[in-house]
Design a protein around this ligand. Sequence first.
Ligand SMILES: *Cc1c(COP(=O)(O)O)cnc(C)c1O
Ligand code: SF4
Length: 343
Amino acid sequence: MHIIHSAPAAAVADWREQLRTVISDGASLLRELDLHPEQVGLSEAACRDFPLKVPRAFVRRMRRGDPQDPLLRQVLASAGELAQAPGFGPDPTGEVGGANPRAGIIHKYRGRLLLVVASGCAVNCRYCFRRHFPYADNRNSRREWQQALDYVREDSSISEVILSGGDPLVAEDDHLAALCADIAAIAHVKRLRIHSRLPIVLPDRVTPALLDALNPPGLQSVMVVHCNHANELDDAVAQAFRRIRERDMTLLNQAVLLAGVNDSEDALAELSEALFERGALPYYLHLLDRVQGAAHFEVDEQRAQRLHAAITARLPGYLVPRLVREIAGEPAKSGIPPLPPLA
Ligand SMILES: *Cc1c(COP(=O)(O)O)cnc(C)c1O
Ligand code: SF4
């Protein structure tokens, strides 16, 4: 009997151990990849603002010796981050002001409310729109959780609660289980959505205990993962997707359009195909939020429209993500209208 019970415990210890032993300095990362700092523009100064952080499971999918690797580019603290660019600021999506009515809540859109469940992530994506978010003011104790849940209880127009962060899946299973059970007990909430990059960057996080926590009776659960390039999808991720789908969860992906990572017709088409092969549907393709330090990732809107038109012409409709931009104060994410593809 003891042997049976020790198996899930070992798996849980493993994801925590992987989270504790993420790579957090550029020199070690580059050593793993047989690269030199000057080949990639590594910047220690950029790390001081927003530390370098990447799980080894993600590093293993990077190509050795390739300074242009699309996965490396997403996590490497580079000198480009120090440039000041006009129009790029600390809070491009307007989350710090009026949309943040109580600690840990972002209520911007009708019927949906976002809970900031955890302050950290397993990976620090250099283009992240929350790299300057005041997480310290949004770290909730259990008592504050009840106040956030009271807000949901009091507003019967809220039919969907979105767990976000940071990355909500860095929280412990028992915490998530208690929170999800409390949400399931609110009659007007029908759906629970989880926005997480962990199934991609640290797929061992997707344990049976986690999936139990995220699927309380009475709620439909939707998992929205964040993958930007087909190379991010290895066998371990495919297995994590399978475990999610075995619970009848809807599995969607959001990606960010990033210069030097996925800003080509082929990269975007291959991403959609690779996601679908593993059971996930593309949902959103975000234009970059204009966050300070990320200007070197920007793809201008007209090119974005043309790339989107090109994949629309090439793929079945269900494999074409919606091209959107977040505009502070707008009632929903704003769709970007298509342009004709370049001949
Ligand atoms: C994206 C987002 C949502 C969800 O929007 P959908 O269009 O339903 O995907 C909700 N709240 C916030 C703050 C968001 O940024
Ligand atoms: S996982 Fe998501 S929230 Fe965390 S740094 Fe990356 S993009 Fe930002």
